[in-house]
Design a protein around this ligand. Structure first.
Ligand code: AMP
Length: 192
């Protein structure tokens, strides 16, 4: 079983690349953001809690996210070859809790963190384009977009050092075309 994290700021293209990778390698795609949006659409209790936080561009609390992750991993059908985690982990505490979940789950560990590196200016442009296509509420105001980018820098970016120290960090140039990025990610996956 392989465990890959697709890492990067909001709007880096993690969702697009995840879908291409699941198609090619038959992996399971776990997007915490999408799972939360599904909870919101279904009007669940988790959805109600999450909506308020997401609309402000803040993070949902770790405990809730970890429960979602645990459930998704356990639910994977027999014969699953691997997972792509998209938008998780987003904090150091999520990353260390995730390491523990994988250790407890049969002494497993992350295979690679595939990191889409994109400059802030390009992120804003891409999120505004996505807003016109997908209509996500948390993409709709520039204040929320900028808050999310700020939260990314303060809370998520420290994960780069965390995974570099563990020899798991693989940077990918995120300003290239979808196809070029996909080919570069596949090269890394096929090599390790
Ligand atoms: P995404 O679709 O990954 O951009 O996530 C959309 C929103 O869901 C984020 O801005 C957060 O508010 C929330 N979210 C998604 N994943 C996480 C996570 N791992 N930890 C905390 N909040 C999250």
């Amino acid at each position: 079983m392989k465990y890959y994290i697709l890492f990067g700021p909001p709007g880096a293209g993690k969702g697009t690349q995840s879908l291409l990778l699941t198609e090619k390698y038959n992996f399971i795609h776990i997007s915490t953001g999408q799972l939360l949006r599904d909870e919101i659409a279904n009007g669940t209790k988790i959805g109600q809690i999450a909506k308020e936080v997401i609309d402000k561009g803040k993070f949902v609390e770790d405990q809730l996210i970890l429960e979602i992750i645990d459930k998704q991993i356990c639910r994977a059908p027999q014969g699953t070859k691997g997972f792509i985690f998209d938008g998780f982990p987003r904090t150091i505490s999520q990353a260390s809790a995730f390491d523990k979940i994988l250790t407890d789950y049969g002494n497993k560990e992350i295979n690679a963190v595939l990191s889409l590196e994109v400059a802030d200016e390009l992120i804003v442009e891409r999120i505004q384009k996505r807003a016109r296509i997908e209509g996500r509420e948390d993409d709709s105001s520039i204040e929320t977009i900028l808050r999310r980018i700020k939260t990314y820098h303060s809370k998520t970016e420290p994960l780069i050092a965390y995974y570099k120290e563990r020899g798991k960090y693989y940077p990918v140039r995120g300003e290239l075309s979808v196809e070029e990025i996909f080919n570069n990610i596949c090269k890394i996956i096929d090599k390790i």
